[in-house]
Design a protein around this ligand. Structure first.
Ligand code: MG
Length: 379
């Protein structure tokens, strides 16, 4: 029995993690749940699963539930992640706020199943160093990285020549470029293939999501930036392709359903049938691939540029993007302002080496810097 703590249990990945655990009652036991501030949803989950340990980053005043142990704040989530009765920590909180709980889990030698890619973009070197130092397994839940992880088992790590991450291209893959200024929040939230949270759905539309994933892959698999490429694949069936030095390409295919990478990370190296819908290629028909157009997806270029600089520049890329996307979702800025603002913050940043202190300071600086220049009212 593996005892699982879910950080971010009320979000899309968190809910699907609980679904997977409910299908495997003899293999997985949910022992703790945490979220940002949705106290009501959290206590409902705890009641229905019989969980006694809960955490909130921002607990409401006087929050307490009879019979529950409540952990509060980022420090509280760090303490939860280090509990002796936890084997696996699922990190599925939105954004770089998950960095310290992830580090706390790794320092306690826990297995971390990581959905929050922002953690590796904000401080990838620190996270990977910590995982090695404490011999703590770090398994990706991100579908492309889960696919890459699985495909890489076909050879030795040093024999990997190239990793190709696929991207759906989002809802604006074929939209006329001169109408991008008019893109609404509602349009950006309509993803063609995946049902996800609001932030990652907007990131998919700008393709910042794929840029963050390139950086995530670089750290997870110890690859050079030039070895990680992106192809648009509108069907979202092939999640990643690994090319080995001999030219052989191994891919991972499945229907776009996050429960598969979640299950793989939670049960690794085991595989079991939890009755998920099966891929029938004859029903999919054609699989197509194309190179992303930089004019359509400037955020992807910004991510590569930040990764080339390295250090705290990727921290700043991520923090600026988190603030810009939130402002877009609140109708304060246009869709096309997202890359413009991220680029502005990057240009104003003097990058520092990737230590935890530098990353936390750069993250704070970028958020404050951009917040000051945002309009306070909706457009
Ligand atoms: Mg992904």
């Amino acid at each position: 029995m593996r005892r699982v703590l879910v950080l971010g249990s009320t979000g899309s990945i968190g809910k699907q993690t609980l679904d997977v655990a409910c299908r495997l009652p003899h293999r997985l036991q949910i022992v703790g749940l945490a979220t940002y501030r949705d106290y009501k949803a959290l206590s409902n989950q705890a009641t229905s699963l019989g969980v006694r340990i809960v955490g909130l980053i921002e607990p409401p005043p006087n929050a307490s539930i009879a019979g529950l142990t409540l952990y509060a704040g980022v420090e509280g989530l760090c303490a939860m992640a280090q509990r002796a009765d936890v084997d696996i920590v699922v990190v599925a909180l939105g954004g770089a706020i998950a960095l310290q709980p992830t580090l706390a889990a790794l320092e306690a030698g826990k297995t971390v199943a990581l959905a929050t890619k922002e953690v590796l973009v904000a401080a990838g070197e620190v996270v990977m160093r910590t995982a090695r130092q404490y011999d703590a397994p770090l398994l990706p839940i991100d579908s492309e990285h889960s696919g890459a992880f699985q495909a890489m088992l076909a050879g030795k790590r040093e024999q990997v020549a190239r990793l190709i991450l696929t991207a759906s291209g989002g809802p604006f893959r074929t939209r006329s470029l001169d109408t991008f200024n008019a893109i609404t929040v509602e349009e950006a939230l309509k993803h063609p293939n995946w049902d996800m949270g609001a932030k990652i759905t907007v990131d998919s539309a700008t393709m910042m999501n794929k840029g963050l994933e390139v950086i995530e892959a670089q750290h997870l698999f110890g690859l050079e930036l030039e070895q990680v490429e992106v192809l648009i694949h509108p069907q979202s069936i092939v999640h990643a392709l690994v090319e080995f030095v001999d030219g052989s390409v191994i891919g991972q295919l499945s229907l776009p359903d996050m429960r598969l990478p979640i299950q793989y990370a939670l049960l690794y190296p085991d595989r079991v049938d939890i009755a998920l819908p099966r891929l029938r290629l004859e029903q999919v028909g054609a699989l197509s691939f194309e190179t992303p157009d930089p004019a359509r997806y400037p955020c992807l270029e910004l991510a590569y540029a930040a990764a080339r600089v390295g250090g705290t520049m990727t921290t700043v890329l991520n923090a600026a993007n988190e603030v810009a996307v939130r402002a877009f979702l609140k109708h304060q800025i246009r869709f096309t302002d997202i890359p413009r603002l991220v680029e502005q913050v990057m240009a104003a940043h003097a990058p520092q080496p990737a230590t935890l202190e530098n990353a936390l300071a750069a993250d704070r600086w970028a958020r404050e810097y951009l917040q000051k220049s945002l309009p306070t009212h909706a457009l």
